[in-house]
Design a protein around this ligand. Structure first.
Ligand code: SF4
Length: 359
């Protein structure tokens, strides 16, 4: 008998008929599904979390195509080629994307359990306009040949959809490369398919080793976290894998103070450490999810800083072809002289403190 996570994938909700078993599909949703040439779908588990009647349900908006995807005023064509420096001088396999000297993103698969409508890799994963060839052994050889690489992010698609055997092979081969110091997986499965965190997976990628494995997931709304998520995260931690979150700032989903605070508090209660908050990237056809760039810093200032534990605070970044640019709120230093700085806190209160002045 197939494992539960495999059955979930075999029964992915990706037809109108299947979707209608979970929600009352609106005319707009129906038109988008029938018109757009795009890969869409989710797991039966994630579909079951959708609100039956509310098209503004945060899970529905991330799962179901919209006619708004046909509009593209602010998105960049060939965004992924630009973002991942695929048209620059360095010759790399398709599986290797590079923005930094000492670390790379290693794409090993291009299928997902949930095809997020706001995906920044939309051209590759969701709309499939960009055809690339991902060869794991070719990528491993490139990494072995580049001794400056010390940190590998395994990505996709969703890499945890690979079989246990393939994951074990990948992790063990990376660990054999002497200059690799850490391995990270980017995966939405703890959120959209927590069933995947099985004993077999824990054996394949977990356990003690001097080269640690980290998992960074993506959770954008508190509604995405269930008891199954909590158990999956605990299972990963119990075999030595820390779990972080890389949220995407999404208009109408998490761009208000109360949802934003609840999301980050709930992540911590689930033992997931908020790591990054991404400004929604300028991939084509996702303008309707994007907020002004200042919004993320405002939310960190108004919902998190001083309002809840510091551990709940992600770093807000804009991802670019030259790396992530931090965009944190900047309201603290309101005055300074040679001996003293005047500082403002989250309530607007002022204080003075003695500091070592800048030269
Ligand atoms: S799981 Fe990740 S790669 Fe897949 S569609 Fe969502 S954001 Fe894109």
């Amino acid at each position: 008998m197939a494992e539960e996570w495999v059955e979930q994938m075999q029964n992915q909700v990706n037809t109108l008929e299947e979707l209608e078993k979970y929600i009352n599909v609106t005319d707009d949703e129906r038109a988008a599904i029938q018109t757009l040439k795009t890969r869409w779908g989710t797991t039966p588990y994630f579909a079951s979390l959708m609100d039956k009647d509310d098209p503004q349900c945060p899970i529905r908006m991330q799962v179901i195509p919209s006619r708004k995807e046909e509009l593209n005023e602010f998105g960049m064509d060939n965004y992924l080629v630009w973002k991942e420096n695929r048209a620059t001088g360095e010759v790399r396999p398709d599986s290797i994307a590079r923005q930094y000297d000492d670390r790379i993103a290693f794409t090993v698969v291009e299928v997902c359990a949930n095809y997020c409508r706001h995906c920044f890799r939309k051209e590759l994963v969701v709309d499939q306009d960009l055809q690339l060839h991902f060869d794991v052994d070719e990528g491993l050889q490139w990494i072995a040949d580049h001794r400056e690489i010390r940190d590998v992010l395994i990505t996709g698609g969703d890499p945890l959809l690979l079989s246990d055997d393939k994951l074990e092979y990948l992790v063990s081969k990376l660990r054999e490369i002497p200059h690799i110091e850490m391995i990270r997986f980017g995966s939405r499965l703890p959120i959209v398919l927590p069933h995947r965190i099985t004993e077999g997976l824990k054996k394949a990628i977990g356990g003690f080793h001097p080269v640690p494995v980290w998992v960074n997931t993506q959770c954008n709304h508190p509604k995405e976290i269930t008891e199954m998520t909590e158990r999956a995260v605990y299972a990963l931690m119990s075999c030595g894998i820390n779990v972080g979150n890389q949220a995407v700032l999404l208009k109408g989903i998490n761009d208000d103070v109360s949802t934003f605070r609840e999301l980050h508090q709930k992540l911590l209660r689930t033992r997931i450490r908020p790591y990054y908050l991404f400004n929604c990237e300028p991939a084509p056809g996702i303008d309707h999810f994007r907020t002004p760039v200042e919004k993320g810093a405002e939310l960190i200032r108004d919902a998190l800083r001083g309002h809840t534990t510091g551990m709940a605070q992600p770093t807000y970044v804009l991802a670019t072809n030259i790396g992530k640019i931090p965009l944190m709120p900047d309201y603290y230093i309101v005055g300074k002289n040679e001996k003293e700085y005047t500082l403002r806190n989250h309530k607007g209160q002022l204080t003075k403190t003695r500091v070592i002045p800048a030269n």
